[in-house]
Design a protein around this ligand. Structure first.
Ligand code: ADP
Ligand code: MG
Length: 290
């Protein structure tokens, strides 16, 4: 994988199961197909339990998929050795897990945490990347530089976690609800930092968020539903996605208007799929269903 610039992502047929203590399997992802271009900015939306955190952890190489393939650039991380994977995580792919504490060393200072995040970089990379003081300043933690993490507020920890994640100017930044505990001012600063990283270093940015104001700043949204990609949005327009075995997942707000059992007409020429509202009697001509 080349250094510098954004890393593209390709998932095909990604399935993930968790084994519970009782010994049964929970299907968190059931066949995710997804492509993210290098340098793209994507927000993942979707209800709790729809698999957003699982997908992000798989993309970051923190968990391995039960089945399917995940490519980061040209590297197949579903088959990569643990050593190769940890080198990738240290330098090119940064993951900010959900919750502010899991990403930090709690018993040392903010400054030491950022320094630690930079350890994996070569001297040349460290030269190009923003310095520790600059990073702390960008997330508004200049005054907390020498404060021990365990004494910082939730919002401060979340901002520090982001400073650590961007410290190596990764090619791919994955952030799971990075603004969930922040005030509006802090939230806007953090979101701004994510977009700056993309603009300045070409970093591909993927965030999970439940905040519409945050999602609206991203050119592309992907809505997860029941362990699958449910729908896509690009600059305000919304698209449904055809999943494996030809299953079409409508955006959830449309499923009440177009309930299960609604007929879908497939035209061969011109190639198109037409979904007509059930109440609209003239919508589907009878001969269209032959
Ligand atoms: P989201 O981030 O969208 O809320 P998650 O990826 O956290 O969704 O969870 C997807 C599904 O997997 C849920 O049903 C959740 O209960 C289950 N799950 C997540 N983590 C575990 C785990 N460690 N053990 C068992 N089940 C899990
Ligand atoms: Mg989650």
């Amino acid at each position: 994988m080349q250094d510098g610039g954004g890393i593209g992502v390709r998932c095909s047929g990604v399935v993930h199961l968790y084994r519970t203590f009782e010994g049964h399997d929970v299907v968190a992802l059931q066949g995710v197909d997804l492509e993210i271009a290098p340098g793209e900015r994507v927000a993942f939306l979707g209800p709790s339990g729809s698999g957003k955190s699982t997908l992000l952890a798989l993309l970051g190489g923190i968990q391995r998929p039960s089945a399917g393939r995940i490519l980061l650039g040209d590297d197949d991380i579903s088959r990569m050795s643990e050593r190769h994977l940890s080198r990738l995580r240290a330098r090119r792919v940064a993951t900010m897990l959900q919750g502010s504490t899991r990403n930090l060393l709690p018993y040392t200072t903010a400054r030491r945490n950022v320094e630690f995040a930079r350890i994996g970089m070569t001297a040349e990379e460290a030269d190009r990347a923003p310095g520790v003081t600059d990073l702390l300043d960008r997330v508004g933690l200049t005054d907390q530089a020498d404060q021990v993490v365990s004494t910082m507020s939730g919002g401060q920890r979340q901002r520090l976690a982001l400073a650590c994640a961007v410290a190596t100017t990764p090619g791919l930044l994955l952030a799971d609800e990075p603004t969930s505990q922040l005030s509006h001012v802090d939230r806007d600063a953090v979101v701004g930092l994510l977009h700056d990283l993309n603009r300045d270093f070409g970093t591909t940015v993927v965030v999970v968020t439940h905040q519409p104001e945050v999602a609206a700043t991203f050119p592309r949204t992907v809505t997860m539903k029941g362990g699958r990609v449910g729908s896509e949005g690009h600059h305000g327009a919304e698209y449904a996605v055809i999943g494996s075995e030809g299953v079409l997942h409508l955006p959830s707000h449309l499923t009440t208007q177009w309930p299960a059992g609604t007929l879908v007409r497939v035209d061969a020429e011109p190639r198109r799929i037409v979904i007509s509202h059930p109440a609209d009697e003239t919508g589907i001509p009878r001969d269209g269903l032959r």
